[in-house]
Design a protein around this ligand. Structure first.
Ligand code: NAG
Ligand code: NAG
Ligand code: NAG
Ligand code: NAG
Ligand code: NAG
Ligand code: NAG
Ligand code: NAG
Ligand code: NAG
Ligand code: NAG
Ligand code: NAG
Ligand code: NAG
Ligand code: NAG
Length: 391
C-alpha cells in the first residue's frame, strides 16, 4: 500500500560545494604608485572605451579623468615597468550600451566585464586581441553568435560567456580548445550537435561548463582525453545516449552534472559510468537527475569517493536496492533519488551519514524504514519518504 509518511521541506541552499577556481598560470602586476611614463595609445583607447559605453552618473568611469594617471583609474591595471594596460576589471559597474571594439590595448590580458548590462554582439575586432588570457562577459545581455575566430586567440585561458543571450553553434575554432582552461557558456541559447567535432587536444582544460543550452548529440568518449578536467557541467541540454564509461580516468574531476534530461536509454547498463567514477578520489558532486537512466542502482556506488557530498539521481527509471554499505559515503550531504523504481529497505548504515542534510526517496517502491536509524542524523533538515510501499 502506498502512503505518505512524512515530508518536511526547509530552505535548501543548493550550492554546498565551494567552486575551487583554477589557479591562473599568470599573475598581473599591480600599477606603480608614481607613474613616470605611459603610453598615450593606451590612454586614448581607454577614453574611447569610456565614450562608447554608457555608465551611470558618478559611476566608475567618472574617475577616468585627468586628475590621475590612467594607470590609476578605477578598474585599470598596468604593467609595472611599461605602464601599459594589462587588465580592465569592471565587473558589476552598471555599464550599459553595446560592447566597444576594444582596440589598441596591445598588452591587455584580462577583460572582466561580468555582471553589467551590456548588449549587442561581441565585436569581431575583439578576437584580434591575441594577448587575452581572460575574457569574462558573464551576466550581460549579449546576443548573436560567438565570433568565429574566438578560438584563435591562440593564449586564451579563461573564457566565460555564461548568462547572456548567445545563440548559434560553438564556432569550430573552439573545437580544438588548445589553450582554454575554463570554458563556461552556461545559460545561453547555444545549440547544435554537442561535441562530436571536438578534439579536446588540451590536457589542461579544467572547467567545462555548458549547462542550460540546447545542445544535442551524445557525450563523446573523447572527453576523457582532457586529463585535467575538474568540472564538467552538462546539465539542462538535450543530450542523448550512453554516458561514456571512460569518465573515470578524469582523476581531478570533482563536479559532474548530467541533469540534461535525455540521457540513458531506460536500460540496464545505463549507470555503468558510475562504476568507473569510483576511481576518482576527489569527486564531490554527481547530478544525473531527470534523465532516462534505467537498470539497477549499481552496488559499486558505495565505493565512490568518500569526499562525495551530493548524489542526485532523481527522476529516472532506476530500479534495484539501495546498497547495504551506503554508509561508506560518510561525507554525503544531499542524497536524492525521488521518482524512481527503487525497492527493498533503506539500509541501517544510512545512519552513519552524519552530515546528511537532505534525504529524498519519495515516489519509489521502498518497503522498509527504521525510524531509529534516522534519529541519529542531526543535520537532517529535509526528509521525504512519501509515496513508497511502507506498510
Ligand atoms: C605605444 O604603443 C604603441 C602601440 O603598441 C607603440 O607603437 C608605441 O611605440 C608605444 N609608445 C611608447 C612611448 O611606448
Ligand atoms: C587605434 O590606433 C589607430 C592607429 O594609431 C588609430 O587610428 C585609432 O584611432 C586608435 N583607436 C582607438 C580606439 O584609440
Ligand atoms: C576625477 O576622478 C577623481 C578620482 O580619480 C574623482 O574624485 C573626481 O570626482 C573625478 N572628476 C570628475 C569631474 O568626475
Ligand atoms: C567571471 O564572472 C563571474 C560572475 O561575476 C564570476 O563568478 C567568475 O568567477 C568570473 N570568472 C573569472 C575567470 O574571473
Ligand atoms: C585584425 O588584425 C589584422 C592585423 O593586425 C588586421 O589586418 C585586421 O584588419 C584586424 N581585424 C579586425 C576585425 O580588426
Ligand atoms: C536584453 O536586450 C533585449 C533587446 O536587445 C531587451 O528586449 C531585453 O529586455 C534585455 N534583457 C535584459 C535582461 O536586459
Ligand atoms: C535574445 O535574443 C533574441 C534574438 O536572438 C531576441 O529575440 C530576444 O529578445 C533576446 N532575449 C533576451 C532576454 O534578451
Ligand atoms: C585544429 O588544430 C589542428 C592542428 O593544430 C589544425 O590543423 C586545425 O585547423 C584546427 N581546427 C580548427 C577548426 O581550428
Ligand atoms: C585522445 O587521446 C589519444 C591518445 O591519448 C589520441 O590517440 C586520440 O586521438 C585522442 N582523441 C581525440 C579525439 O582527441
Ligand atoms: C525533460 O524531460 C521530461 C520527460 O522526458 C519532459 O517532460 C520535460 O519537458 C523535459 N524538460 C526539458 C527542459 O527539456
Ligand atoms: C580504476 O583504475 C584502475 C587502474 O587504472 C583500472 O585498472 C580499473 O579498471 C579502474 N576501475 C574502474 C571501475 O574504472
Ligand atoms: C568496493 O571496493 C572494494 C575494494 O576494492 C571491493 O572489495 C568491493 O567489492 C567493492 N564493493 C562493491 C560493492 O563494488
Amino acid at each position: 500500500m502506498e502512503m505518505p509518511i512524512f515530508s518536511l521541506r526547509l530552505q535548501w541552499s543548493f550550492l554546498l560545494v565551494n567552486l575551487v577556481l583554477c589557479i591562473s598560470s599568470f599573475k598581473l602586476e599591480s600599477h606603480s604608485s608614481t607613474p613616470t611614463f605611459g603610453n598615450e595609445t593606451d590612454k586614448l583607447a581607454l577614453l574611447a572605451f569610456k565614450n562608447y559605453v554608457a555608465n551611470v552618473p558618478n559611476g566608475v568611469l567618472s574617475s577616468w579623468n585627468d586628475s590621475l594617471h590612467f594607470c590609476q583609474w578605477e578598474g585599470v591595471t598596468c604593467s609595472h615597468q611599461l605602464q601599459r594596460v594589462t587588465a580592465l576589471r569592471l565587473e558589476s559597474q552598471r555599464l550599459a550600451g553595446s560592447l566597444p571594439p576594444i582596440e589598441n590595448l596591445t598588452f591587455l590580458r584580462e577583460l572582466e566585464l561580468s555582471n553589467n548590462n551590456l548588449h549587442g554582439e561581441i565585436p569581431i575586432e575583439l578576437t584580434n586581441c591575441s594577448s587575452f588570457r581572460t575574457v569574462n562577459f558573464t551576466r550581460n545581455n549579449l546576443t548573436g553568435q560567438i565570433p568565429l575566430h574566438v578560438g584563435h586567440m591562440s593564449k586564451l585561458l579563461h573564457l566565460w560567456l555564461g548568462t547572456n543571450n548567445f545563440s548559434g553553434m560553438i564556432p569550430p575554432s573552439l573545437h580544438n580548445l588548445s589553450s582554454v582552461i575554463e570554458f563556461v557558456a552556461t545559460d545561453n541559447h547555444l545549440s547544435g550537435n554537442f561535441m562530436s567535432n571536438m578534439r579536446f587536444s588540451s590536457p589542461q582544460l579544467c572547467k567545462f561548463g555548458k549547462a542550460m543550452n540546447q545542445f544535442t548529440g551524445i557525450i563523446p568518449d573523447t572527453l576523457s582525453n582532457i586529463s585535467g578536467l575538474e568540472l564538467l557541467d552538462l546539465g539542462d541540454n538535450h543530450l542523448t545516449g550512453k554516458v561514456p564509461d571512460s569518465l573515470g580516468v578524469l582523476k581531478d574531476l570533482y563536479w559532474l552534472t548530467l541533469d540534461f534530461n535525455s540521457s540513458g536509454r531506460g536500460m540496464s547498463g545505463d549507470l555503468n559510468f558510475l562504476n568507473s567514477l569510483t576511481n576518482i578520489s576527489g569527486l564531490r558532486l554527481i547530478n544525473a537527475e531527470g534523465n532516462h537512466f534505467g537498470g539497477v542502482l549499481p552496488n559499486s556506488i558505495v565505493n565512490l569517493s568518500t569526499q562525495l557530498q551530493q548524489l542526485v539521481l532523481g527522476e529516472n527509471k532506476i530500479s534495484g536496492n539501495i546498497p547495504k554499505e551506503i554508509g561508506n559515503l560518510i561525507n554525503l550531504i544531499q542524497f536524492i533519488a525521488t521518482w524512481n523504481y527503487l525497492t527493498g529497505i533503506i539500509p541501517t548504515s544510512i545512519g552513519k551519514l552524519q552530515n546528511l542534510g537532505e534525504l529524498d526517496f519519495g515516489w519509489n517502491r521502498l518497503s522498509g524504514l527504521l525510524l531509529s536509524t534516522l534519529g541519529n542524523l542531526s543535520q537532517l533538515f529535509h526528509l521525504n519518504m512519501s509515496y513508497n510501499n511502507f506498510g
